[in-house]
Design a binder for this molecule. Structure first.
Ligand code: NAD
Length: 482
């Protein structure tokens, strides 16, 4: 509080577990409603004091670059913490830290660009369209990319001049704590960035409801996103939501088979399938269906699952017990619904992996669009493969979902690929690739996958107010009532 680390008054602690071993690696505080309100008050006072919001873009950029350097210097520590707390592989965790540093650098760079517009409304009226910080930004993030999702919000929110309050997911706070320790070592004014740990229904809900928060930016499940939107209605704060997905990956007969199989695996098994944009619905054209499934299953079977800190592991653990059980439940539901389980479906117990939460790469075929494993986000290493006849059917199946986060098309007929991808109702899409993206492009979903965009210039705009200033260049009375 007030730029210092303080103990929560709540004696209850959350045991932070390494999901690869179930060892307790830390005990985290669970902030109370009162403490959350206190942190919001500090963020508000800091904003109003203008110690950060009043700095020039150039000064703010310099601080963001300091934070980026700190992340880069501490890449090994942050990677270790992410591996231990989230269960992902070192390769994945290290790439997250690098991306986090790049995100701070990108927004520092954006601050060197003009931000706004000017319009000559008439000969003597000049209109300036200026961008201003919103005030207090409440940032609520999930556990799948604990550091990166925090930074996707913190970097643009601070760049815009807001004061922030971050709430990490209760089960993965480790890298957020380290990030705030590192930010403490920079010239960021005390009170501009605040961290509060705790459960969603207390800390998250208080942030969403608070009349002193001006924007709530949330990444997480669609269900909680809906709750946040309701809670935010009290003071009509801005709501930015990055939610779930059930993304279609469409493979046509004329696709380069090796590339399509490779990206289909990357699309679903990266991060053990705990990635919002995962290609969890594979739509394969009938001519190559059998060959594709055979090759895909053969390669999926060979994926080396294991602890993230083992350099041989290609796929890590599931983040925690509750989520682990939910994935296994969905696999059971898939079988009960009549889908054909052609690979995996079990907890992995060999080679000491029974101590952690490991699930085999799992493949279902013979699925139909009404099955729960096709409609609901499983968020694990589970893919459902559907067969389609032609272009029209592929588009219909792809769009037969409440979500609209991501999607991909594989085909060597580029005209067809572009025609089809334009019809896929999703915000993040690929042609002959999957998951490749960059900070310069806006990230977000259609339909129930969210509202607003992260990253890119859109991401900065998310945390800014827009004001028009009309300047009379030759002031004289208007004479309206004469
Ligand atoms: P979650 O919705 O359960 O929790 C996300 C965060 O919200 C956590 O910090 C949690 O404590 C908090 N929260 C829970 N209840 C709350 C409430 N009532 N009010 C305020 N905050 C509350 O999600 P999760 O299980 O941590 O993450 C997985 C989900 O996140 C998946 O659905 C995934 O698709 C989504 N996700 C989306 C993106 C994206 O960019 N679209 C990125 C990553 C994850």
């Amino acid at each position: 509080m007030n730029g210092n680390w303080v103990e929560s008054s709540n004696p209850e602690k959350m045991e932070i577990i390494n999901p690869a071993t179930q060892e307790v690696i830390a005990r985290a505080p669970l902030g109370t409603k009162e403490e959350t309100n206190e942190a919001i008050k500090i963020a508000k006072q800091t904003f109003e004091s203008a110690v950060w919001s009043g700095q020039s873009p150039k000064e703010r950029a310099a601080v963001l670059l300091q934070i980026a350097d700190k992340l880069q210097e501490n890449i090994d520590v942050l990677t270790d913490l992410e591996v231990q707390n989230n269960g992902k592989t070192r390769r994945e965790a290290q790439s997250d830290v690098e991306e986090a540093a790049s995100t701070f650098r990108y927004y520092a760079g954006l601050l060197t660009m003009p931000n706004g517009q000017s319009y000559e409304a008439s000969g003597d009226i000049q209109t300036l369209i200026v961008k201003e910080p919103m005030g207090v930004a409440g940032l609520i993030v999930p556990w799948n990319f604990p550091l990166l999702m925090s930074v996707w919000k913190i970097a643009p929110a601070l760049a815009a001049g807001n004061s922030i309050l971050l709430k990490p997911a209760e089960i993965t706070p480790m890298t957020a704590v380290k990030l705030f320790e590192l930010m403490d070592e920079t010239d960021l004014p005390k009170g501009a960035a605040n961290l509060i740990m705790g459960v969603g229904s207390v800390v998250g809900q208080t942030i969403a409801e608070s009349n002193d928060v001006d924007i709530v930016s949330f990444t997480g499940s669609t269900e909680v996103g809906r709750r946040i939107m309701q809670a935010a209605s009290g003071n009509l704060k801005k709501v930015s939501l990055e939610l779930g997905g059930k993304s279609p990956n469409i493979i046509f007969d004329d696709a380069d088979l090796e590339t399509a199989v490779d990206y289909a695996l990357f699309g679903i098994f990266l991060g053990s399938g705990q990635v919002c944009s995962s290609g969890s619905r594979l739509l394969v054209q009938e001519g190559i269906y059998d060959t594709f499934v055979e090759k895909f299953v053969e390669k999926a079977k060979a994926i080396r699952v294991g602890p993230g800190n083992d350099e041989h592991s290609q796929m890590g653990a599931i983040v925690g017990e509750k989520h682990f059980k939910s994935i296994l439940d969905y696999i059971r539901i898939g079988k009960e619904e009549g889908a054909n389980l052609v690979l995996g479906g079990n907890r992995i117990e060999k080679d000491g992996l029974d101590r952690g939460f490991f699930i085999e790469p799992t493949v279902f075929t013979h699925v139909t669009s009404d099955m729960r494993i096709v409609r609901e986000e499983i968020f694990g290493p589970v893919v459902a493969i559907q067969k389609f006849k032609g272009e029209e059917e592929a588009v219909r199946i792809a769009n037969d979902t409440d979500f609209g986060l991501a999607g991909a098309v594989f085909s060597t007929d580029h005209n067809k690929a572009i025609r089809v991808i334009k019809k896929v109702r999703a915000g993040i899409t690929w042609v002959n690739a999957y998951h490749l993206t960059n900070i310069q492009a806006p990230w977000g979903g259609y339909k129930q996958s969210g509202i607003g965009r992260s990253l890119s210039t859109y991401g900065l705009d998310e945390y800014q107010e827009t004001k028009q200033i009309n300047i009379h260049l030759e002031p004289k009375p208007i004479g309206w009532f004469e």
